[in-house]
Design a protein around this ligand. Structure first.
Ligand code: 5GP
Ligand code: MN
Length: 343
C-alpha cells in the first residue's frame, strides 16, 4: 500500500501540473466541505489554473460570507478536465451527481479526506484520519507545494477547521491543529469572525426545529435520540428547504449519562438522514462493518458519523436505536475488560 507521504507527493505533482481542474465536495455540505473546496479552489486559481468548483447543493447561507462561495456551481460546464479532486467525502455515494459526473469525465481523481471509513476511491488518496478536518489536509498540501496562502484562502481553510471541530472542542484537536490554525491566522484569517459567522449563527426556523426535537427526545440505555418526519420539518422550516438543522446530535450528546446520541430526519426524497455523535471511548464506525446495521449506508469518524438509509422513518429509528444500544453495551464491556486486564 502507498504511504500517506507518497500519496501526498503524487497529489502535489498532479496538482502542480494540471491546468484545468474540477473540485467537488459532498452534497448537503458542511463548513469543512465548503472550506476545503474553496480553500483549494482559490489557491489553485491564484496559481493561474482554470478551476471549476462544484457541489450538488448550494453553499449554505451561513457560509456565503466566504470568498469565492459565489463561484460554486451545481452543474458542471461541458468539456474535459485534466484533473478531478474530491474533498471531505468518505465514498462515491456522498459525492452526488456532480461528483459522479466529474469522476466520469476521464481525468485522474485525487481523493482528499479525513474520514477513517474512506473507501479510497481515487487514483490518488490523500486520506488522513488523524487530521481533524479535510481543510487541514488541503493546508498541508498547499504548504508542501510552497504556496503562499493569501487571506481569502486562509479564511476558507480556517472555517473548515473551526466548524468540523466545533470551535476546537473535539477529541481530535491537538497542538498540530492549533499551530495550523495559528498559521492561518498569521495569513490573515479572522478566527473570531469565522466562529461567529460560521458556527454561532442559526436561522429562527432551525431554532424552532431544535425545540421540537428536544420536546420529543428519548433516552434509554445510554442512547439518546430524537426524530422528525418531513411534515414536522416543513411546518417549522419557513424557508421551505426541508433541510434539517445541523448539530442537534451534538446538543443531545452533551447529556450526562448518554454514551451516544442520534438525530433522525426524514428527507424530501423519503430517505432518512442519520446524524450521530458519541462520547470519547466509543466508536460509531463499527456500525459500518460488514453485517452491521449501517453497512455501506454511511461513514464518518469514531465520535461523529452519519448515514442515509432508504427506508421509512418508522422502521429506521427502532433498528438504529437497537443497534446503538448493542454498541454501547459491547463497547462498555470491552472497556471494562481492558481496564481489568491493566490492573
Ligand atoms: P453530521 O452529523 O455532521 O451531518 O455528519 C457527521 C459525519 O458523518 C460527517 O463527517 C459526515 O461527513 C459523515 N457522513 C458520512 N456519510 C454521511 C451521510 O450519509 N449522512 C450524514 N449526515 N453524514 C455522513
Ligand atoms: Mn470534514
Amino acid at each position: 500500500m502507498q504511504t500517506l507521504k507518497s500519496e501526498a507527493a503524487s497529489a502535489i505533482d498532479r496538482l502542480a501540473n494540471a491546468q484545468n481542474i474540477v473540485v467537488v465536495c459532498h452534497f448537503d455540505p458542511d463548513g469543512d466541505a465548503i472550506g476545503s473546496l474553496l480553500g483549494l479552489g482559490l489557491a489553485l486559481r491564484a496559481m493561474g489554473k482554470a478551476v471549476v468548483l462544484a457541489c450538488d447543493d448550494p453553499v449554505p447561507w451561513n457560509l456565503t460570507f466566504l470568498p469565492g462561495s459565489d463561484t460554486v456551481v451545481q452543474a458542471l460546464p461541458p468539456g474535459a478536465f485534466d484533473l478531478a479532486v474530491v474533498v471531505d467525502s468518505s465514498d462515491t455515494r456522498r459525492v452526488g451527481r456532480v461528483g459522479a459526473e466529474a469522476m466520469a469525465r476521464g481525468a485522474p481523481v485525487i481523493n482528499i479526506d479525513h474520514h477513517v471509513t474512506n473507501t479510497r476511491f481515487g487514483q490518488v488518496n490523500v486520506v488522513d484520519p488523524d487530521a481533524a478536518s479535510a481543510s487541514e489536509i488541503v493546508y498541508n498540501l498547499l504548504r508542501a507545494m510552497g504556496h503562499a496562502l493569501d487571506a481569502d484562502t486562509a479564511t476558507c481553510l480556517l472555517t473548515g477547521m473551526v466548524t468540523d471541530t466545533r470551535g476546537f472542542r473535539t477529541a481530535n484537536v491537538n497542538q498540530r491543529v492549533l499551530r495550523t490554525a495559528a498559521d492561518l491566522m498569521d495569513a490573515g484569517a479572522p478566527l473570531a469572525t469565522i466562529t461567529q459567522l460560521a458556527l454561532d449563527r442559526r436561522s429562527f426556523s432551525a431554532l424552532a426545529m431544535m425545540g421540537r426535537a428536544l420536546d420529543k427526545v428519548r433516552f434509554e440505555d445510554g442512547v439518546i435520540w430524537s426524530a422528525m418526519d418531513l411534515d414536522e420539518i416543513r411546518a417549522l422550516d419557513t424557508n421551505g428547504t426541508g433541510a434539517r438543522p445541523r448539530n442537534i446530535s451534538s446538543l443531545l450528546n452533551a447529556v450526562d449519562g448518554a454514551s451516544v446520541a442520534v438525530f433522525f430526519a426524514e428527507k424530501p426524497d423519503g430517505a432518512v438522514d442519520i446524524s450521530m455523535r458519541a462520547k470519547p471511548g466509543f466508536d460509531l464506525t463499527a456500525l459500518y462493518d460488514e453485517g452491521q446495521a449501517l453497512h455501506q449506508q454511511g461513514g464518518g469518524h469514531p465520535l461523529a458519523s452519519g448515514a442515509e438509509v432508504n427506508a421509512p422513518l418508522a422502521t429506521v429509528v427502532p433498528q438504529v436505536v437497537d443497534a446503538l444500544k448493542a454498541l454501547v453495551r459491547e463497547q462498555s464491556q470491552a472497556r471494562e475488560t481492558a481496564a481489568d486486564l491493566s490492573r
